[in-house]
Design a protein around this ligand. Structure first.
Ligand code: CA
Ligand code: CA
Length: 212
């Protein structure tokens, strides 16, 4: 009788595994920062890599390696190896980003230890707001986990989020950069706490860029 119960339990667990129970994801920043990490992204992928992300805090601007490491485990705590890279991607918790095809997928399938990395560049439009409680989150096979989130913020010159940088974005940029005297982090592309020529140069360099 006991043997039958054990077999049933094993059978149920096997069926669950084959039914697509999502792996349990973990997400970590390679270099932790006390301040939010900002990454300048352009829909065609010509933005920055996470190895050259920016941090601004306490009056100091830094360029940091913010490569992300993700690890996947199954329900038994065993690393999930060789999980396909196209099923591991990043999103804004507040859905503030629009994606080009494969825009934020992992660098590679998970390795034998269940690990993969994200190093960018990311092919996205829209933009995240660090002041609104947003975060970057890991998505695995369509599933998310509240523990797999980091304070990394993707800013883009595609301000209207239609996957290209054109005249409508110029109008939006001028409003934020020029017409309104307030500071707008959305266009602080050279992330140093002020809006000046450096940010204009970044925006101008991205004009007419679009998803591949
Ligand atoms: Ca646009
Ligand atoms: Ca700036």
């Amino acid at each position: 009788m006991r043997m039958i119960i054990v077999l049933c339990v094993v059978l149920v667990l096997t069926v669950q595994a084959r039914a697509g129970v999502p792996p349990y994801p973990m997400l970590a920043l390679d270099s932790e920062s006390a301040f939010p990490v900002v990454l300048f992204c352009v829909p065609d992928g010509s933005g920055d890599d996470l190895t050259e992300a920016q941090v601004y805090g306490a009056g100091v601007h830094l360029v940091v390696d913010a490569t992300l490491t993700a690890t996947l485990y199954d329900a038994f705590g065993t690393p999930v190896s060789f999980y396909p890279l196209e099923d591991i991607w990043l999103e804004s918790v507040q859905d503030a980003l629009v994606f080009c095809t494969m825009g934020t997928v992992a660098d590679a399938p998970t390795d034998a230890q269940g690990r993969t990395t994200f190093s960018g560049p990311f092919l996205v439009g829209g933009g995240m707001d660090p002041t609104a409680g947003d975060k970057l989150e890991l998505v695995v096979g369509g599933y998310t986990d509240p523990t797999a989130r980091v304070d990394v913020y993707l800013l883009t010159p595609d301000l209207d989020g239609d996957r290209d940088v054109d005249l409508s974005d110029v109008v939006a940029f001028v409003d934020l950069y020029w017409n309104d005297p307030a500071y707008h982090i959305a266009v602080d592309y050279y992330h140093d706490g002020v809006l000046n020529l450096s940010d204009l140069v970044e925006f101008a360099g991205a004009l007419n860029r679009t998803c591949p």
